[in-house]
Design a protein around this ligand. Structure first.
Ligand code: FAD
Length: 415
Protein backbone atom coordinates (compact mmCIF):
# COMPACT_ATOMS: atom_id res chain seq x y z
CA UNK A 1 0.00 0.00 0.00
CA UNK A 2 0.92 3.62 0.37
CA UNK A 3 1.93 6.03 -2.30
CA UNK A 4 5.14 6.11 -4.28
CA UNK A 5 5.99 9.30 -6.12
CA UNK A 6 8.59 9.30 -8.87
CA UNK A 7 9.99 12.65 -10.01
CA UNK A 8 11.45 12.49 -13.52
CA UNK A 9 9.49 10.74 -16.28
CA UNK A 10 12.26 9.41 -18.45
CA UNK A 11 14.25 6.20 -18.72
CA UNK A 12 15.04 5.67 -15.02
CA UNK A 13 11.59 6.80 -13.83
CA UNK A 14 9.70 4.58 -16.26
CA UNK A 15 11.82 1.48 -15.66
CA UNK A 16 11.55 1.97 -11.88
CA UNK A 17 7.75 2.24 -12.13
CA UNK A 18 7.61 -0.98 -14.14
CA UNK A 19 9.91 -2.75 -11.70
CA UNK A 20 7.83 -1.60 -8.71
CA UNK A 21 4.70 -3.20 -10.19
CA UNK A 22 6.70 -6.25 -11.24
CA UNK A 23 7.76 -6.68 -7.62
CA UNK A 24 4.17 -6.53 -6.42
CA UNK A 25 3.70 -2.92 -5.34
CA UNK A 26 -0.08 -2.35 -5.40
CA UNK A 27 -0.36 1.14 -3.92
CA UNK A 28 -0.69 4.45 -5.71
CA UNK A 29 2.02 5.36 -8.15
CA UNK A 30 2.45 8.95 -9.34
CA UNK A 31 5.04 9.98 -11.92
CA UNK A 32 5.87 13.65 -12.33
CA UNK A 33 7.79 14.92 -15.37
CA UNK A 34 8.48 18.46 -16.52
CA UNK A 35 8.65 17.54 -20.20
CA UNK A 36 5.38 17.44 -22.13
CA UNK A 37 6.17 14.00 -23.57
CA UNK A 38 5.81 10.38 -22.57
CA UNK A 39 9.17 8.81 -21.68
CA UNK A 40 11.41 8.66 -24.73
CA UNK A 41 14.87 7.41 -25.51
CA UNK A 42 17.75 9.88 -25.78
CA UNK A 43 20.54 7.91 -27.55
CA UNK A 44 18.77 8.07 -30.95
CA UNK A 45 18.55 11.87 -30.67
CA UNK A 46 22.23 12.35 -31.54
CA UNK A 47 22.14 9.50 -34.08
CA UNK A 48 19.08 8.44 -36.13
CA UNK A 49 17.05 11.59 -35.43
CA UNK A 50 19.78 13.97 -36.63
CA UNK A 51 20.35 11.85 -39.71
CA UNK A 52 16.67 12.14 -40.51
CA UNK A 53 16.16 8.37 -40.26
CA UNK A 54 13.57 8.72 -37.50
CA UNK A 55 11.50 11.69 -36.41
CA UNK A 56 11.89 12.60 -32.73
CA UNK A 57 8.37 11.37 -31.93
CA UNK A 58 9.43 7.84 -32.92
CA UNK A 59 11.77 7.60 -29.94
CA UNK A 60 9.10 6.69 -27.38
CA UNK A 61 10.45 4.09 -24.95
CA UNK A 62 8.76 0.73 -25.37
CA UNK A 63 6.78 -0.26 -22.29
CA UNK A 64 7.65 -3.54 -20.64
CA UNK A 65 4.28 -3.87 -18.90
CA UNK A 66 1.21 -1.88 -17.91
CA UNK A 67 1.97 0.12 -14.78
CA UNK A 68 -1.32 1.69 -13.74
CA UNK A 69 0.21 4.99 -12.72
CA UNK A 70 -0.96 8.57 -12.52
CA UNK A 71 1.20 10.47 -14.99
CA UNK A 72 1.74 14.19 -14.56
CA UNK A 73 3.47 15.55 -17.65
CA UNK A 74 4.59 19.11 -18.23
CA UNK A 75 4.82 20.05 -14.58
CA UNK A 76 8.07 20.38 -12.66
CA UNK A 77 8.72 19.53 -9.04
CA UNK A 78 9.98 22.73 -7.43
CA UNK A 79 10.55 21.69 -3.83
CA UNK A 80 10.72 18.87 -1.34
CA UNK A 81 9.45 19.02 2.24
CA UNK A 82 10.77 15.88 3.94
CA UNK A 83 9.06 16.55 7.27
CA UNK A 84 5.61 16.75 5.65
CA UNK A 85 6.57 14.20 2.94
CA UNK A 86 5.42 16.57 0.22
CA UNK A 87 6.73 17.29 -3.24
CA UNK A 88 5.84 20.83 -4.34
CA UNK A 89 4.90 21.34 -7.96
CA UNK A 90 5.32 24.38 -10.18
CA UNK A 91 1.52 24.81 -10.39
CA UNK A 92 1.28 25.23 -6.62
CA UNK A 93 0.08 21.68 -5.91
CA UNK A 94 1.57 19.48 -3.22
CA UNK A 95 1.85 15.74 -3.72
CA UNK A 96 2.19 13.52 -0.66
CA UNK A 97 4.41 10.46 -0.73
CA UNK A 98 5.28 7.55 1.48
CA UNK A 99 8.28 6.69 -0.68
CA UNK A 100 9.95 9.06 -3.13
CA UNK A 101 12.18 8.24 -6.08
CA UNK A 102 14.35 11.01 -7.52
CA UNK A 103 15.04 10.44 -11.23
CA UNK A 104 15.46 13.98 -12.54
CA UNK A 105 18.57 13.28 -14.61
CA UNK A 106 20.77 15.99 -16.04
CA UNK A 107 20.45 18.77 -18.59
CA UNK A 108 22.94 19.99 -21.15
CA UNK A 109 25.46 22.43 -19.72
CA UNK A 110 24.45 25.64 -21.47
CA UNK A 111 26.78 28.05 -23.27
CA UNK A 112 28.11 30.40 -20.57
CA UNK A 113 26.91 33.60 -22.25
CA UNK A 114 23.06 33.65 -22.33
CA UNK A 115 22.86 36.32 -25.04
CA UNK A 116 25.13 34.26 -27.31
CA UNK A 117 23.28 31.05 -26.42
CA UNK A 118 20.05 32.70 -27.59
CA UNK A 119 21.41 33.36 -31.11
CA UNK A 120 19.51 31.67 -33.90
CA UNK A 121 21.64 28.67 -34.88
CA UNK A 122 23.05 27.79 -31.45
CA UNK A 123 21.96 24.40 -30.10
CA UNK A 124 22.43 21.99 -27.22
CA UNK A 125 21.18 18.45 -27.48
CA UNK A 126 19.43 16.73 -24.63
CA UNK A 127 15.71 16.72 -25.41
CA UNK A 128 13.41 15.74 -28.26
CA UNK A 129 12.80 19.38 -29.07
CA UNK A 130 16.55 20.08 -29.13
CA UNK A 131 17.05 17.25 -31.62
CA UNK A 132 14.15 18.33 -33.82
CA UNK A 133 15.46 21.90 -33.92
CA UNK A 134 19.00 20.83 -34.76
CA UNK A 135 17.79 18.37 -37.40
CA UNK A 136 15.87 21.16 -39.14
CA UNK A 137 18.90 23.44 -39.02
CA UNK A 138 21.18 20.75 -40.47
CA UNK A 139 18.72 19.84 -43.20
CA UNK A 140 18.21 23.48 -44.29
CA UNK A 141 20.81 23.41 -47.07
CA UNK A 142 24.58 23.84 -47.06
CA UNK A 143 25.67 24.60 -43.53
CA UNK A 144 28.94 25.20 -41.78
CA UNK A 145 28.72 23.54 -38.40
CA UNK A 146 30.81 24.17 -35.29
CA UNK A 147 30.88 21.60 -32.51
CA UNK A 148 31.96 23.04 -29.17
CA UNK A 149 33.36 20.19 -27.08
CA UNK A 150 34.35 16.74 -28.37
CA UNK A 151 32.90 14.40 -25.77
CA UNK A 152 30.63 11.57 -26.90
CA UNK A 153 27.70 13.70 -27.92
CA UNK A 154 29.82 16.29 -29.74
CA UNK A 155 31.72 13.56 -31.57
CA UNK A 156 28.52 11.77 -32.55
CA UNK A 157 27.05 14.97 -33.94
CA UNK A 158 30.28 15.66 -35.85
CA UNK A 159 30.03 12.19 -37.37
CA UNK A 160 26.41 12.76 -38.43
CA UNK A 161 27.37 16.09 -40.00
CA UNK A 162 29.98 14.35 -42.16
CA UNK A 163 27.41 11.71 -43.13
CA UNK A 164 25.19 14.60 -44.20
CA UNK A 165 28.17 16.00 -46.11
CA UNK A 166 28.27 19.20 -44.06
CA UNK A 167 31.47 21.12 -43.34
CA UNK A 168 32.20 20.67 -39.65
CA UNK A 169 34.77 22.16 -37.28
CA UNK A 170 35.22 20.58 -33.86
CA UNK A 171 36.85 22.62 -31.07
CA UNK A 172 38.12 20.75 -28.06
CA UNK A 173 40.10 22.23 -25.18
CA UNK A 174 41.83 18.93 -24.39
CA UNK A 175 44.50 17.43 -26.65
CA UNK A 176 42.02 15.11 -28.36
CA UNK A 177 38.35 14.07 -28.50
CA UNK A 178 36.90 11.75 -25.83
CA UNK A 179 39.89 12.30 -23.52
CA UNK A 180 37.78 12.89 -20.41
CA UNK A 181 36.01 9.55 -20.74
CA UNK A 182 38.58 7.35 -22.46
CA UNK A 183 42.00 8.95 -21.94
CA UNK A 184 44.67 10.26 -24.32
CA UNK A 185 45.64 7.02 -26.07
CA UNK A 186 42.15 6.32 -27.36
CA UNK A 187 41.66 10.07 -27.76
CA UNK A 188 44.45 10.18 -30.35
CA UNK A 189 42.83 7.35 -32.29
CA UNK A 190 39.52 9.23 -32.18
CA UNK A 191 41.28 12.36 -33.44
CA UNK A 192 42.73 10.53 -36.45
CA UNK A 193 39.35 9.01 -37.12
CA UNK A 194 37.69 12.44 -37.17
CA UNK A 195 40.34 13.95 -39.45
CA UNK A 196 40.18 10.97 -41.84
CA UNK A 197 36.47 11.66 -42.17
CA UNK A 198 37.04 15.26 -43.10
CA UNK A 199 36.40 16.93 -39.76
CA UNK A 200 38.35 20.15 -39.19
CA UNK A 201 39.43 19.18 -35.67
CA UNK A 202 41.03 21.89 -33.54
CA UNK A 203 42.40 20.67 -30.24
CA UNK A 204 43.92 22.59 -27.34
CA UNK A 205 41.69 25.55 -28.15
CA UNK A 206 38.41 26.78 -26.81
CA UNK A 207 35.65 28.85 -28.29
CA UNK A 208 35.60 32.20 -26.52
CA UNK A 209 32.56 33.78 -28.14
CA UNK A 210 29.75 33.23 -30.59
CA UNK A 211 28.95 36.23 -32.75
CA UNK A 212 25.60 37.03 -34.35
CA UNK A 213 24.55 39.30 -37.21
CA UNK A 214 22.08 42.19 -36.97
CA UNK A 215 19.16 39.74 -37.14
CA UNK A 216 20.39 37.66 -34.23
CA UNK A 217 21.61 34.83 -36.48
CA UNK A 218 24.85 33.08 -35.62
CA UNK A 219 27.56 34.25 -37.98
CA UNK A 220 30.96 33.35 -36.58
CA UNK A 221 32.90 32.05 -33.61
CA UNK A 222 36.07 33.39 -32.05
CA UNK A 223 38.61 30.90 -30.73
CA UNK A 224 41.15 31.22 -27.93
CA UNK A 225 44.01 31.15 -30.49
CA UNK A 226 42.63 34.39 -31.93
CA UNK A 227 41.15 32.86 -35.08
CA UNK A 228 37.61 33.50 -36.28
CA UNK A 229 35.56 30.95 -38.18
CA UNK A 230 32.39 31.54 -40.15
CA UNK A 231 29.58 29.24 -39.02
CA UNK A 232 25.82 28.83 -39.45
CA UNK A 233 25.15 26.29 -36.73
CA UNK A 234 26.92 25.73 -33.41
CA UNK A 235 26.32 22.68 -31.24
CA UNK A 236 27.32 23.29 -27.64
CA UNK A 237 28.26 19.92 -26.17
CA UNK A 238 30.08 20.73 -22.97
CA UNK A 239 28.72 18.05 -20.70
CA UNK A 240 25.86 18.26 -18.26
CA UNK A 241 24.44 19.77 -15.11
CA UNK A 242 22.42 17.73 -12.66
CA UNK A 243 18.77 18.61 -12.10
CA UNK A 244 18.94 19.09 -8.33
CA UNK A 245 17.84 22.69 -7.78
CA UNK A 246 14.38 21.57 -6.66
CA UNK A 247 16.00 19.72 -3.73
CA UNK A 248 17.59 22.85 -2.28
CA UNK A 249 16.81 23.20 1.41
CA UNK A 250 15.49 19.63 1.64
CA UNK A 251 18.40 18.48 3.79
CA UNK A 252 19.41 15.83 1.25
CA UNK A 253 23.02 15.43 0.12
CA UNK A 254 22.31 17.00 -3.26
CA UNK A 255 24.44 19.45 -5.17
CA UNK A 256 26.35 19.98 -8.38
CA UNK A 257 27.76 16.43 -8.05
CA UNK A 258 24.23 14.96 -8.04
CA UNK A 259 22.24 13.21 -5.32
CA UNK A 260 24.49 11.14 -3.09
CA UNK A 261 23.04 7.72 -2.37
CA UNK A 262 24.19 4.34 -1.15
CA UNK A 263 24.78 1.33 -3.37
CA UNK A 264 21.10 0.38 -2.98
CA UNK A 265 19.84 3.76 -4.18
CA UNK A 266 18.89 5.21 -0.76
CA UNK A 267 19.55 8.95 -0.77
CA UNK A 268 21.86 10.38 1.88
CA UNK A 269 20.95 13.38 3.97
CA UNK A 270 23.46 16.18 4.54
CA UNK A 271 24.87 14.29 7.52
CA UNK A 272 25.66 11.33 5.30
CA UNK A 273 22.91 9.17 6.77
CA UNK A 274 20.87 7.11 4.30
CA UNK A 275 17.17 8.05 4.42
CA UNK A 276 14.49 5.30 4.56
CA UNK A 277 11.94 6.89 2.31
CA UNK A 278 13.89 8.60 -0.47
CA UNK A 279 15.81 6.96 -3.30
CA UNK A 280 17.71 8.29 -6.32
CA UNK A 281 18.59 6.64 -9.64
CA UNK A 282 19.91 7.32 -13.12
CA UNK A 283 21.97 10.25 -14.33
CA UNK A 284 21.20 12.40 -11.28
CA UNK A 285 22.37 9.80 -8.74
CA UNK A 286 25.87 9.17 -7.48
CA UNK A 287 26.65 6.06 -5.50
CA UNK A 288 29.99 4.78 -4.23
CA UNK A 289 31.20 1.76 -6.16
CA UNK A 290 32.90 -1.13 -4.38
CA UNK A 291 35.03 -2.00 -7.41
CA UNK A 292 36.29 1.57 -7.73
CA UNK A 293 37.57 2.33 -4.24
CA UNK A 294 34.09 3.43 -3.16
CA UNK A 295 34.34 6.58 -5.20
CA UNK A 296 31.09 8.34 -5.99
CA UNK A 297 30.96 7.78 -9.72
CA UNK A 298 29.02 9.74 -12.26
CA UNK A 299 27.54 7.17 -14.61
CA UNK A 300 25.48 9.09 -17.12
CA UNK A 301 24.73 6.03 -19.16
CA UNK A 302 21.66 4.23 -20.33
CA UNK A 303 22.48 0.87 -18.70
CA UNK A 304 23.08 2.52 -15.36
CA UNK A 305 19.61 4.11 -15.42
CA UNK A 306 17.92 0.81 -16.26
CA UNK A 307 19.80 -1.39 -13.81
CA UNK A 308 19.80 1.24 -11.05
CA UNK A 309 16.02 1.55 -11.39
CA UNK A 310 15.69 -2.20 -10.95
CA UNK A 311 17.81 -2.21 -7.78
CA UNK A 312 16.12 0.83 -6.22
CA UNK A 313 12.65 -0.56 -6.97
CA UNK A 314 13.62 -3.82 -5.32
CA UNK A 315 14.87 -2.04 -2.23
CA UNK A 316 11.84 0.24 -2.03
CA UNK A 317 9.31 -2.56 -1.77
CA UNK A 318 11.29 -5.53 -0.57
CA UNK A 319 10.91 -6.68 3.02
CA UNK A 320 14.26 -8.43 2.94
CA UNK A 321 16.58 -6.75 5.39
CA UNK A 322 19.65 -7.11 3.19
CA UNK A 323 19.32 -4.48 0.55
CA UNK A 324 20.58 -5.35 -2.87
CA UNK A 325 23.66 -3.37 -3.73
CA UNK A 326 24.16 -1.59 -6.98
CA UNK A 327 27.22 -3.53 -8.06
CA UNK A 328 26.66 -3.51 -11.73
CA UNK A 329 29.49 -2.48 -13.96
CA UNK A 330 29.10 0.82 -15.73
CA UNK A 331 28.99 0.49 -19.48
CA UNK A 332 28.01 2.45 -22.55
CA UNK A 333 28.09 2.43 -26.31
CA UNK A 334 28.48 5.08 -28.97
CA UNK A 335 28.40 5.01 -32.75
CA UNK A 336 30.56 7.45 -34.70
CA UNK A 337 32.46 7.58 -37.98
CA UNK A 338 31.28 4.08 -38.80
CA UNK A 339 32.75 2.59 -35.64
CA UNK A 340 30.81 1.02 -32.81
CA UNK A 341 32.53 2.02 -29.56
CA UNK A 342 31.65 0.13 -26.39
CA UNK A 343 32.96 0.31 -22.90
CA UNK A 344 32.70 -1.62 -19.65
CA UNK A 345 34.02 -0.54 -16.28
CA UNK A 346 35.39 2.96 -15.69
CA UNK A 347 38.16 3.83 -18.19
CA UNK A 348 38.85 7.21 -16.56
CA UNK A 349 39.77 5.32 -13.38
CA UNK A 350 42.65 3.54 -15.10
CA UNK A 351 46.18 4.90 -15.37
CA UNK A 352 47.57 2.24 -17.72
CA UNK A 353 46.27 0.95 -21.01
CA UNK A 354 47.14 -2.06 -23.16
CA UNK A 355 45.77 -3.17 -26.53
CA UNK A 356 44.84 -6.80 -26.10
CA UNK A 357 43.16 -7.78 -29.35
CA UNK A 358 42.57 -6.65 -32.89
CA UNK A 359 44.49 -3.86 -34.57
CA UNK A 360 44.66 -0.13 -33.99
CA UNK A 361 45.36 0.56 -37.71
CA UNK A 362 42.09 -1.04 -38.73
CA UNK A 363 40.29 0.65 -35.79
CA UNK A 364 38.99 -2.68 -34.65
CA UNK A 365 40.45 -3.55 -31.27
CA UNK A 366 40.08 -4.11 -27.56
CA UNK A 367 41.93 -1.87 -25.08
CA UNK A 368 42.12 -2.82 -21.40
CA UNK A 369 42.66 -0.27 -18.64
CA UNK A 370 44.51 -0.99 -15.41
CA UNK A 371 45.10 0.64 -12.07
CA UNK A 372 47.43 -0.65 -9.36
CA UNK A 373 47.88 -3.96 -11.11
CA UNK A 374 44.25 -4.79 -11.70
CA UNK A 375 41.93 -4.53 -14.66
CA UNK A 376 39.34 -1.77 -14.22
CA UNK A 377 37.86 -1.18 -17.67
CA UNK A 378 37.86 -2.18 -21.32
CA UNK A 379 36.97 -0.29 -24.46
CA UNK A 380 36.20 -1.92 -27.79
CA UNK A 381 36.15 -0.46 -31.29
CA UNK A 382 34.03 -2.77 -33.45
CA UNK A 383 34.86 -5.70 -31.15
CA UNK A 384 31.85 -5.58 -28.84
CA UNK A 385 31.63 -9.36 -28.75
CA UNK A 386 34.54 -9.38 -26.27
CA UNK A 387 32.91 -7.07 -23.77
CA UNK A 388 31.43 -9.82 -21.65
CA UNK A 389 34.77 -11.53 -21.28
CA UNK A 390 36.37 -8.33 -20.00
CA UNK A 391 33.37 -7.54 -17.79
CA UNK A 392 34.00 -10.87 -16.08
CA UNK A 393 37.65 -9.99 -15.50
CA UNK A 394 36.81 -6.53 -14.16
CA UNK A 395 34.17 -7.90 -11.79
CA UNK A 396 36.83 -10.23 -10.33
CA UNK A 397 39.47 -7.47 -10.17
CA UNK A 398 41.65 -9.64 -12.41
CA UNK A 399 45.35 -8.79 -12.71
CA UNK A 400 46.48 -6.20 -15.23
CA UNK A 401 47.49 -6.72 -17.99
CA UNK A 402 44.60 -9.16 -18.27
CA UNK A 403 44.99 -12.68 -19.65
CA UNK A 404 44.11 -13.03 -23.32
CA UNK A 405 40.94 -15.01 -23.86
CA UNK A 406 41.80 -18.68 -24.22
CA UNK A 407 40.20 -21.30 -26.46
CA UNK A 408 37.66 -22.07 -23.78
CA UNK A 409 36.35 -18.52 -23.99
CA UNK A 410 33.19 -18.12 -26.01
CA UNK A 411 34.23 -17.14 -29.49
CA UNK A 412 32.07 -15.29 -31.95
CA UNK A 413 28.77 -17.09 -32.40
CA UNK A 414 28.17 -18.34 -35.89
CA UNK A 415 24.51 -18.60 -36.77
P1 FAD B 1 16.99 11.77 -18.04
O1 FAD B 1 16.82 10.94 -19.25
O2 FAD B 1 17.82 12.95 -18.04
O3 FAD B 1 15.55 12.09 -17.47
C1 FAD B 1 15.28 12.95 -16.41
C2 FAD B 1 13.90 13.53 -16.61
O4 FAD B 1 13.52 14.29 -15.47
C3 FAD B 1 13.85 14.49 -17.79
O5 FAD B 1 12.68 14.27 -18.54
C4 FAD B 1 13.81 15.85 -17.11
O6 FAD B 1 13.21 16.86 -17.90
C5 FAD B 1 12.98 15.53 -15.89
N1 FAD B 1 13.12 16.51 -14.79
C6 FAD B 1 14.24 17.19 -14.43
N2 FAD B 1 13.98 18.02 -13.39
C7 FAD B 1 12.67 17.83 -13.07
C8 FAD B 1 11.81 18.38 -12.07
N3 FAD B 1 12.25 19.26 -11.16
N4 FAD B 1 10.52 17.98 -12.04
C9 FAD B 1 10.06 17.07 -12.95
N5 FAD B 1 10.82 16.51 -13.91
C10 FAD B 1 12.12 16.89 -13.96
N6 FAD B 1 23.91 6.62 -23.00
C11 FAD B 1 24.51 5.50 -23.45
O7 FAD B 1 24.80 4.60 -22.64
N7 FAD B 1 24.80 5.34 -24.78
C12 FAD B 1 24.52 6.30 -25.71
O8 FAD B 1 24.81 6.13 -26.90
C13 FAD B 1 23.91 7.51 -25.26
N8 FAD B 1 23.61 8.49 -26.14
C14 FAD B 1 23.03 9.64 -25.68
C15 FAD B 1 22.76 10.66 -26.59
C16 FAD B 1 22.17 11.84 -26.18
C17 FAD B 1 21.89 12.95 -27.17
C18 FAD B 1 21.87 12.03 -24.79
C19 FAD B 1 21.25 13.32 -24.32
C20 FAD B 1 22.14 11.02 -23.88
C21 FAD B 1 22.72 9.82 -24.31
N9 FAD B 1 23.00 8.77 -23.42
C22 FAD B 1 23.60 7.63 -23.87
C23 FAD B 1 22.70 8.90 -21.98
C24 FAD B 1 21.31 8.34 -21.59
O9 FAD B 1 20.34 8.86 -22.44
C25 FAD B 1 21.03 8.73 -20.15
O10 FAD B 1 21.94 8.02 -19.34
C26 FAD B 1 19.59 8.43 -19.70
O11 FAD B 1 18.68 9.22 -20.42
C27 FAD B 1 19.42 8.66 -18.20
O12 FAD B 1 18.09 8.52 -17.83
P2 FAD B 1 17.48 9.27 -16.56
O13 FAD B 1 16.04 8.86 -16.52
O14 FAD B 1 18.33 9.06 -15.38
O15 FAD B 1 17.63 10.82 -16.86
Amino acid sequence: GGRIVIVGASLAGLRAAEALREKGFRGQLTIIGDEPYEPYDRPPLSKQVLLGHAPADHTKLPRRRAIDAEWRFGVAATGLDRAAKHVHLANGEQVRYDLLLIATGVRARPWFNPAEAALDGVFCIRTRDDATGLREALAAGPRRVLIVGAGFIGSEVASICRELDLAVTVCEMAEAPLVGALGGVIGRIAAEMQRDHGVDLRTGVSVTSLVGDANGRLQSAILSDGSTIEVDVAVVSLGSKRNVEWLEGSGLAAGAFGVGCDAGGRAFDINGVATDSIYAVGDVARAPHALYEYQFLAMEHWDNAVLGAEVAAHNMVSLEPDRRPHLLLPGFWSGQFGVNIKSVGVPSFGDEIVFTQGSVESRSFVAAYGRRGRTVAAVTFDQGKWLEYYAGLIAQSAPFPPPAPGWDQPAEMTP
